[in-house]
Design a protein around this ligand. Structure first.
Ligand SMILES: NC(=O)c1ccc[n+]([C@@H]2O[C@H](COP(=O)([O-])OP(=O)(O)OC[C@H]3O[C@@H](n4cnc5c(N)ncnc54)[C@H](OP(=O)(O)O)[C@@H]3O)[C@@H](O)[C@H]2O)c1
Length: 301
């Protein structure tokens, strides 16, 4: 089968389409024919060697998948061949591939009203946003500041926080302000012209999707009993208000997210759909830090 793989760490040019063996699902796993996947920033960090989640190359990147089950491993009772599914793959094979193996408990049925493209955009970004707000214990009427509100995780977090009845403030370039207001943000801050800590005070929750110095700066705008949740390394240190989120695959969370999309309550914004033949360009776009919503990838064409 075809996969985009790499045999060395490096720039986007190390990504090459190669023939690799089609994986066989083990007990508890399903084999999915991939219809769409998406780019997450961690993919580019693993590709370059900045993050070593997959060990040494060769390996195939990619965590998100939407497609059709073609085979199930022993002990899998929830799915059968022909099922339309989507999910988040933690490990044995990457999703930039014609066929993908996933643990059955890390995928979910794809509702008819959710397209394959939407479903491929949702798993990592949606689960991270969902689990971050749960970790923050965000509740009705609270104020939350979301950094990088226009990105893959951020644009979903803005909507999920709004659905929980929170009042949302978000940081973004001016070009993304109308987009974020449409998604429910009450106040949008242009981080390129204003230091957010000079105009924001006393928020209940900060969701930090930028990291670095945004950690200590965010703590200054947080209530003494507030919660700071970060998905990125930051300088928030061991402040007792600081919590770190790692998006984890969960069938229940994926089902909840897909239901919201299917009901028209959660919008998955797709910046661009690209083919896996354009993977190097897709990684360059992701690394520009300027994509709005998600970059979705479809098989070679
Ligand atoms: N821990 C986990 O499990 C986990 C899971 C998912 C993601 N993450 C991490 O969370 C971060 C966000 O992920 P993502 O998928 O949302 O990334 P993304 O889609 O690539 O984010 C792009 C967005 O970042 C915004 N941005 C860039 N610099 C900014 C700044 N200084 N202030 C405010 N906004 C800024 C850009 O908006 P503008 O164009 O408006 O600047 C752009 O829309 C990444 O670092 C990723 O690695 C962690």
């Amino acid at each position: 089968m075809k996969s985009v793989s790499q045999d060395a760490f490096g720039g986007p040019e190390v990504l090459r389409t190669m023939e690799t063996p089609r994986p066989v699902p083990l007990a508890g796993e399903v084999l999915i024919r991939m219809a769409a996947t998406s780019v997450n920033p961690v993919d580019t960090k693993i590709r370059s060697g900045a993050v070593r989640h997959l060990g040494e190359p060769p390996f195939t990147l990619g965590f998100d998948v939407a497609g059709t089950i073609v085979e199930v491993g022993a002990e899998v009772v929830a799915f059968e061949p022909g099922d339309a599914v989507f999910g988040m793959v933690a490990g044995r094979t990457g999703t930039y591939s014609e066929y993908v193996v996933a643990r059955a408990d890390s995928v979910a049925p794809r509702p008819r009203r959710v397209s394959e493209l939407q479903a491929a955009a949702l798993p990592t970004a949606g689960s991270t946003a969902w689990q971050a707000l749960r970790l923050a214990g965000l509740s009705d009427g609270e104020r939350i500041l979301i950094h990088a509100g226009a990105g893959g995780v951020g644009h979903l977090a803005v909507q999920l926080a709004t659905l929980r009845g929170a009042r949302v403030l978000a940081t973004a370039r001016a070009a993304n302000h109308d987009f974020l207001r449409e998604l429910g943000a009450e106040e949008v801050i242009d981080y390129q012209s204003v230091d957010f800590e000079k105009i924001v005070t006393d928020v209940d929750v900060v969701l930090d999707l930028v990291g670095g110095s945004y950690g200590s700066r965010s703590l200054r705008v947080l209530r003494p009993d507030g919660r700071y949740v970060t998905a990125q390394g930051s300088d928030a240190g061991d402040d007792p208000r600081c919590r770190r989120v790692t998006g984890r695959p969960s069938t229940d969370d994926l089902c909840a997210l897909a239901d919201l999309v299917g009901e028209g309550l959660l919008r998955v914004h797709i910046d661009r759909v690209m083919s896996l033949t354009e993977i190097a360009e897709a990684h360059r776009l992701s690394e520009s830090g300027r994509t709005r919503g998600k970059l979705v990838l479809v098989p070679w064409r």
